[in-house]
Design a binder for this molecule. Structure first.
Ligand code: MN
Length: 422
């Protein structure tokens, strides 16, 4: 049987070469048809394949009956990497152009394949815990230069470990959910005392999110291989950030309310297995990390990322940044190894934000803080709007994909529109 990543595979469903969802992808999500309960599905072309229905028809088994008739993929993820792989191979087989099971059964096809435009997409998994890292050297350097000057841009610890903080799982939301402008304590350096009010420096952060599909015990460290095996897949992630709230609150324990009001993710979880053909080595690490953090594998991905901004007066988003996930200094595997290194237990459904992904070039910056250089260089948009930070009514859209030969393994998009403070 051909491997599900085989570039030559074709589905009986026509898929455009620029679609994010060819048969080589098969990302998992949670959807509902009008009047029906949310359940697990897979995206293929412009359709969603209903896995709960396939299971009830006896065409798909995943060790635990009813695992797809649920409103999250957590129970499926908990079955482990062997079942993930077997399930993906079976779904691929059922969608292949040389398999008549679905292809030639019009009745079953009509029930199992729903046009994506007719269904609602939900949070694909229940977020057990959310941690956000700070692992792009270009981003950390840009921010450091802005606030501490060129000579002290990176803090002394930065090259020795993936820096992170524990975020909030409660406000991780799926693409399309409006984001209410946060309120908080503001104290510009020129003010004597703080005031409470709407954030004036609202920003996005372009990130990838790792979806952890395995668990580790309290007191247990992880090896590179164990950490990798626990990674189920990836989503696009927008770590909305209130820069002015952050500036006043972050000393000495790091971001708190500035990052707690909302984090948006894309609805489809692209599996680690589907990204396998796009693995690349990350940047050389100098100094060499401590032994527990050393990695042998090529744990980065050649994955194009694109950010669009649409103001209320624009018809379509304008591209404001295009970068690549491959630039990350610390890999997702190293982040997970470090996260468990103290004996911190990891859970099925944990979400790890990569940290803002900026590239070496000016047009590869992954936040408005960097794009507008802390407000000093306003962004000029088509139609004449200018932005230093986000205004009410602005919509931010992130896309990501790996380019194969004649197909792409993509993530769809994560969108969020800013609403006025309440
Ligand atoms: Mn972040």
């Amino acid at each position: 049987m051909p491997h599900p990543n085989d570039p030559k595979l074709k589905s009986f469903i026509a898929v455009d070469p620029t679609s994010d969802f060819p048969i080589q992808n098969l990302p998992y999500g949670v959807f509902s048809a009008p009047g029906a309960a949310p359940r697990v599905g897979v995206a293929i072309g412009d359709f969603v394949l209903d896995l709960a229905l396939l299971e009830s028809e006896g065409l798909l088994k995943a060790n635990e009956p009813g695992v797809f008739a649920q409103s999250s993929i957590n129970a499926f993820m908990a079955l482990g990497p062997k079942v993930w792989s077997q399930t993906r191979a079976r779904i691929s087989e059922l969608l292949r152009d040389d398999n008549p099971t679905l292809r030639d059964n019009a009745n079953l096809r009509a029930r199992a394949l729903l046009p994506r435009k007719d269904v609602q997409l939900h949070m694909p998994f229940t977020v057990a815990g959310y941690t956000d890292f700070y692992s792009s050297k270009e981003h950390a350097t840009n921010v450091g230069v802005m606030f501490r000057g060129k000579d002290n841009a990176l803090q002394p610890n930065w090259l020795h470990m993936p820096i992170g903080y524990n975020g909030r799982a409660s406000t991780v939301v799926v693409s399309g959910t409006p984001i209410v402008r946060p309120q908080g304590q503001l104290k510009p350096p020129s003010a004597d005392a703080p005031t409470f009010g709407p954030c004036k420096r609202l920003d996005f952060e372009l990130e990838m999110g790792v979806v952890v599909g395995g668990a580790s015990q309290m007191g247990e460290m992880l090896t590179e291989a164990q950490a990798e095996a626990m990674i189920f897949g990836f989503v696009l992630l927008n770590d909305w950030s209130a820069r002015d709230i952050q500036q006043w609150e972050y000393v000495p324990l790091g971001p708190f309310q500035a990052k707690a009001f909302g984090t948006s993710i894309s609805p489809w979880v692209v599996t680690r297995e589907a990204l396998e053909p796009f693995r690349v080595k990350g940047p050389a690490q100098d100094p060499q990390p401590l032994p527990y953090l050393r990695q042998l594998g090529a744990n980065n991905y050649e994955l194009t990322l694109d950010v669009g901004l649409r103001t209320a007066g624009m018809n379509a988003p304008a591209n404001i940044s295009q970068t690549n996930f491959k630039y990350m200094y610390w890999s997702s595997v190293q982040q997970l190894v470090h996260h468990a290194s103290s004996g911190c237990a990891m859970n099925v459904g944990d979400l790890l934000g990569s940290g803002t992904i900026s590239g070496p070039e000016k047009d590869q910056r992954g936040s408005l803080l960097e794009i507008s250089w802390n407000g000093a260089e306003p962004l000029e948009l088509p139609g004449g709007d200018r932005r230093t930070f986000l205004e009410d009514g602005d919509s931010l859209v992130m896309r990501g994909w790996c380019q194969g030969a004649g197909y792409r393994v993509g993530f769809g998009e994560v969108e969020g529109t800013i609403r006025a403070a309440e």
